[in-house]
Design a protein around this ligand. Structure first.
Ligand SMILES: Nc1ncnc2c1ncn2[C@@H]1O[C@H](COP(=O)(O)OP(=O)(O)O)[C@@H](O)[C@H]1O
Ligand SMILES: [Mg+2]
Length: 236
């Protein structure tokens, strides 16, 4: 194994994802290439419909590429069978979303514990540690509806980390948040990165993307190579 392969947490090579709508084919990803190294924070920007969510869903094993090679944490996930793919996603990857997707009838603590329960494990200490880490010490017994959006995203981050992933994927993580919460969430993500977590953030918010180590821009399902084609960087 080369050094490059050892340190990359994500290696996408010519990844395609084609949706069929009747006789029409939509190439949501059309030859996507990306390498992300351990501990790196990468921002993916691009207009609505450019393929950001589709790409994160492939990396997060919520969906499968139509073709191409996709190595996540050293595993070629395109060749995993369904059951192995589900286990890989659950055990190895953290994922947070714009809409948080918390279970409304479970407390903060129970929401965070949920992935451990699915994995038939229990780790009280880990859950308590995460609650403190994301700044929710007072809210362990609260229900999601009692929290503001920023705090709901804190819960989602803690839940995403409970299985100790090396890679965290974030799809528009601050899309529904006010400025102050947005900054607080970004601060938490930066702290996690300093501890060695690789983070990929898809966002249409350029000011957020600029806080990452490296920004790449998608257009029509592939990376914009040419600065003149870039909507984002010309506007900057
Ligand atoms: N399940 C689906 N079926 C058909 N087309 C889809 C589906 N999901 C996404 N698309 C299409 O794929 C393209 C990329 O979408 P998406 O990945 O959601 O972009 P972004 O997150 O950048 O807004 C869009 O043209 C979108 O309409
Ligand atoms: Mg999207």
């Amino acid at each position: 194994m080369s050094d490059h392969e050892q340190t990359s947490v994500l290696d996408a090579r010519d990844v395609w994802r084609t949706y069929r709508r009747g006789s029409e084919e939509i190439h949501a990803l059309a030859g996507m290439d990306l390498t992300v190294r351990a501990g790196e924070m990468v921002g993916i920007v691009g207009r609505s419909g450019s393929g950001k969510t589709t790409f994160l869903n492939q990396v997060g094993c919520l969906d499968r590429p139509t073709r191409g090679s996709l190595k996540v944490l050293g595993t070629e996930v395109t060749s995993l069978e369904e059951r192995a793919l589900v286990a890989f996603r659950r055990d190895r990857i953290g994922f947070i979303f714009q809409l948080f997707y918390l279970i409304p009838t479970l407390t903060v603590r129970e929401n965070i514990e949920l992935p451990l329960i699915f994995a038939r494990r229990k780790d009280r200490e880990r859950v308590a540690e995460l609650i403190a880490k994301v700044g929710l010490d007072e809210n362990g017994d609260a229900l999601p509806r009692q929290l503001n959006g920023g705090d709901m995203q804190r819960v989602a981050i803690a839940r995403a980390l409970v299985n100790q992933p090396k890679l965290l994927l974030a799809d528009e993580p601050t899309g529904r948040l006010e400025h102050r919460s947005r900054d607080a969430i970004m601060e938490i993500l930066r702290g996690l990165q300093r501890e060695g977590l690789a983070i990929v953030i898809a966002t249409h918010d350029l000011s957020l993307a600029r806080q990452t180590d490296r920004v790449i821009e998608l257009k029509d399902g592939r990376i914009v190579q040419n600065e003149r084609e870039s909507v984002v960087f010309r506007a900057a």
